[in-house]
Design a protein around this ligand. Structure first.
Ligand code: HEC
Length: 107
């Protein structure tokens, strides 16, 4: 009887741990990020005011490094979006990067 209870508690703890790890490692919503990127970034990054920039323009490591130090992104001082939105945009760019299973070009 006690054994079963221990098993249930362990399962719950492992699930909670796995979910929090996913958040800690980014875990943004890439689908939402795609929408947010088009709305907040592509307005300039379509080759008009800034260079044409799509997920497939960088590798996953390059996106991680770029967003790891956002102060180096020239336009980041002008962004008015929330941390959560930035995280979703990062997930979109990272998940569809040049070396991802499905590289994406915005067109
Ligand atoms: C008002 C116009 C504008 C908007 C909106 C904008 N940017 Fe930029 N961004 C620029 C300019 C200008 C540069 C520097 C020159 C260039 O890369 O063309 C730049 C540079 C960058 C770079 C560096 C590119 C490189 O290879 O050095 C990244 C990454 C970037 N922007 C991401 C974003 C993201 C993500 C968003 C949306 C949250 C965004 N930008 C919104 C104008 C903009």
């Amino acid at each position: 009887m006690h054994r079963k209870l221990t098993l249930i508690v362990a399962t719950v703890l492992i699930t909670v741990f796995a979910v929090s790890m996913a958040f800690a490692m980014g875990g943004g919503n890439a689908r939402k990020g795609k929408f947010l990127y088009r709305k907040n970034c592509r307005t300039c990054h379509n080759g008009s005011d800034a260079k044409d920039l799509s997920p497939a323009d960088m590798t996953q490591a390059q996106w991680t490094a770029t967003f790891g130090d956002m102060s180096k992104i020239k336009c980041s001082g002008d962004w008015t979006i929330t941390e959560k939105d930035i995280n979703d945009i990062f997930s979109y760019l990272h998940d569809y990067a040049k070396d991802s299973p499905s590289p994406a070009k915005c067109s």
